[in-house]
Design a protein. Structure first.
Length: 113
């Protein structure tokens, strides 16, 4: 049952007892509609979409971290995944300009997929 259908029956604060009471009240209403149970196939597709979304967010975070760290030393690349390819070349060209700790940190970020 969607939460939006239960909320009108909430009488007081958010506690387990109040939630249970609101659910019991909502279930007794004749016009109440329920959410259909997902099949295993639908759950699998949903998991696929959520996993893809997670991987895209992680990739974006890594790209942004690489660009931001190098920008602190004046090494600027194109935004987005296309700039990552040029990043390795720029890093190789500027390796003597970076401090050793920064070079180690950025190299590990660049090596990460």
């Amino acid at each position: 049952m969607p939460l939006a259908y239960v909320n009108p029956y909430m009488k007081r604060g958010k506690t387990d007892a109040a939630d249970a009471e609101a659910l019991c009240e909502a279930v007794t209403r004749p016009a109440m509609r329920f959410v259909a149970v997902k099949s295993r196939e639908q759950q699998g597709v949903l998991m696929l979409h959520k996993t893809r979304d997670l991987l895209v967010r992680q990739r974006t975070a890594m790209i942004n971290a690489r660009r931001a760290h190098l920008a602190e030393f004046g090494i600027v690349t194109v935004a987005g995944p296309g700039g990552v390819k040029g990043l390795s070349k720029l890093l190789h060209d500027a390796r003597n300009e970076l401090p050793a700790h920064a070079r180690t940190a950025v190299s590990s970020l660049v090596a990460h997929p």
